[in-house]
Design a protein around this ligand. Structure first.
Ligand code: DSN
Length: 435
C-alpha cells in the first residue's frame, strides 16, 4: 500500500472512497456557504488539520511521556511533551493533562480526581447556562454524585453569589464548579475561591467555552484561583476537537490517574499533536487580536440586535456568546433556529433564565462570534449580521412572504461569507485536489 507519508492526501481519498471524499467536500461547502453563529464551533487552521490527519493516529501510547505501555513512543512522547509545555506556558498553569478526548471526558476525570460517589457538587443550573456534566439527571454527573444547583438572579440574570454562598454553607459540597455553556458574563473567581476556602472545597472552573479568550488575554484567567480547570480545545481555542485539564501541581497525580487509567485508554496522539499546534498558534499576536475581536463582535452584535428589538439576557455580554430572548418577537427558539438554518444562519435554541417555555421550544437562542471572528468579521460587520438574523428570525416559514424573506436572507448571507471565506480554496479543502 502506498500510504501517504504525511497529512491528508485528497487525491488518494477521492479515488479510493469518492463517497466519503464527497461528504468531506460537502462539509467544507456547507461551512463556506453560511454564517456560523453556533457558539461552540470554530474554524481550525490548516496546520491543526494537518496534524489531526497525520500518522500519529496509528500509535498506541497508553501512559504518559517516558512511562508508556508500548514501545516506539519516542515521537508520541515528543508530541505530548510539546503540547503540555506549550499549554503550561500559554496559561501559566502548574500542570496540564492534554489526553482527555473531549470536554465531557475531562469533566468525568475531574469528578474522578476529586469526588467520591454521592458527594455533593455545587454548580450553575443547566437551565441557567451550566452544562449536562455539571449535575444533570440525564448524565453520569447527576446520577453518581449529588448535584446542588445555584442560579442567576431574576432581576440581573447574573450569577446569584448570595445563593451560591448559602448553598455552599448548607451542603458543604466536595467541589464548587463555575463556568458553563450559555453564561456570557465574567465570573467573579475571587468570590468563588473565598467560598471554596471557607468550606474546604475544590474550586473547579469549566472554561470549555472561553479558554481561547483567556489564551488571547481577552478575558481574565481563572488559573490563579482554580484548583482545577477543564476545557475543550475546539471552541474559542480553535484547536482540534478534544479536551484538556489544567491544575495546581499538588493535584497533578490525582488528575493524571483520573484520566489514565481510570477513565480513558490510549490517547489520540494525532489530536495531541494538533493541540500542540493550536497552543503555539494561540500564543501569537494574531490570535490575541482574534480573541479581542471575538469579544468586541459579540458586544457589537448584541447592541445591534437591541436596536432591532431583540433583548440579550443580562443586557449584554463580556465574552464570545450571547443568549437572546425572543419573547417580545413572539417566536420560540426552536422556530427561530429552523428559520435561520433555512436562511443559512446556524445558531442554537436555548432557554432564557426562568423560562416559562418547555426545553424543546424555549424562549431564546444562543449565538457566538468566535467562528466569524476567525474568518475576519469585525465589529463593523455586526450590524449586517444583526440585520440578516432579525429578518430570518421574524420570517414566518410556510407563508409566501416568510419563505420569500428567508430566500432573500440566504442570498445576502452567501454574499457576506463569500467576502470572508473560512478557508481559501485549494488551501486546506479537498475542493481543488479531489477533482
Ligand atoms: N455542546 C457544547 C455547546 O454547544 O456548548 C457543550 O458541550
Amino acid at each position: 500500500m502506498n500510504a501517504p507519508f504525511f497529512g491528508p492526501d485528497w487525491h488518494a481519498l477521492a479515488e479510493s472512497d469518492p463517497e466519503i471524499a464527497g461528504v468531506i467536500l460537502g462539509e467544507v461547502e456547507r461551512w463556506s456557504s453560511g454564517l456560523q453563529l453556533i457558539a461552540s464551533e470554530n474554524v481550525t487552521s490548516p496546520a491543526v488539520l494537518a496534524a489531526v490527519a497525520s500518522t500519529l493516529s496509528n500509535k498506541y501510547a497508553e501512559g504518559y511521556p517516558g512511562r508508556r505501555f508500548y514501545k516506539g513512543c519516542e515521537y508520541a512522547d515528543k508530541a505530548e511533551h510539546l503540547a503540555v509545555t506549550r499549554a503550561k506556558e500559554l496559561f501559566g498553569a502548574e500542570h496540564v493533562n492534554v489526553q482527555p478526548h473531549s470536554g465531557a471526558s475531562a469533566n468525568l476525570a475531574a469528578y474522578a480526581a476529586f469526588a467520591q460517589p454521592d458527594d455533593p457538587v455545587l454548580a450553575l443550573s443547566l437551565a441557567h447556562g451550566g452544562h449536562a456534566t455539571h449535575g444533570s439527571r440525564v448524565n453520569f454527573s447527576g446520577n453518581w454524585f449529588t448535584p446542588v444547583s445555584y442560579h442567576v438572579r431574576k432581576d440581573t440574570e447574573l450569577i446569584d453569589y448570595d445563593e451560591m454562598r448559602d448553598l455552599a454553607r448548607l451542603h458543604r459540597p466536595r467541589m464548587i464548579l463555575c463556568g458553563g455553556t450559555a453564561y456570557s458574563r465574567l465570573i467573579d473567581y475571587a468570590m468563588f475561591r473565598e467560598i471554596a476556602d471557607e468550606i474546604d472545597a475544590i474550586l473547579w472552573v469549566d472554561a470549555s467555552h472561553y479558554l481561547g479568550l483567556v489564551a488571547g488575554r481577552a478575558v481574565p484567567s481563572p488559573v490563579p484561583y482554580a484548583d482545577v480547570i477543564t476545557a475543550t480545545t475546539h471552541k474559542t481555542l480553535r484547536g482540534p476537537r478534544g479536551g484538556m485539564i489544567l491544575c495546581r501541581a499538588e493535584h497533578a497525580k490525582a488528575v493524571d490517574r483520573a484520566v489514565f487509567p481510570f477513565s480513558q485508554g490510549g490517547p489520540m496522539m494525532q489530536t495531541i499533536a494538533a493541540k500542540a499546534v493550536a497552543f503555539r498558534e494561540a500564543a501569537t499576536d494574531d490570535f490575541a487580536a482574534y480573541a479581542r475581536r471575538t469579544v468586541e463582535n459579540a458586544g457589537a452584535l448584541s447592541g445591534a440586535l437591541g436596536e432591532r428589538g431583540v433583548r440579550t439576557v443580562s443586557g449584554g455580554t463580556d465574552t464570545h456568546l450571547a443568549v437572546l430572548d425572543l419573547t417580545e418577537l413572539g417566536v420560540n427558539g426552536a422556530d427561530a433556529e429552523s428559520r435561520c438554518a433555512a436562511a443559512r444562519i446556524l445558531l442554537t435554541k436555548n432557554p432564557v433564565p426562568y423560562d416559562a417555555m418547555p426545553p424543546r421550544t424555549p424562549s431564546g437562542v444562543r449565538v457566538g462570534t468566535a467562528a466569524l471572528s476567525a474568518q475576519g468579521f469585525g465589529p463593523a460587520d455586526m450590524d449586517g449580521v444583526a440585520d440578516v438574523l432579525t429578518r430570518a428570525i421574524t420570517a414566518e416559514r410556510g407563508t409566501r412572504k416568510g419563505d420569500g424573506i428567508i430566500a432573500e436572507v440566504g442570498e445576502d448571507v452567501l454574499q457576506m461569507v463569500a467576502a470572508k471565506p473560512a478557508y481559501a480554496r485549494g488551501e486546506t479543502s479537498p475542493a481543488e485536489t479531489s477533482r
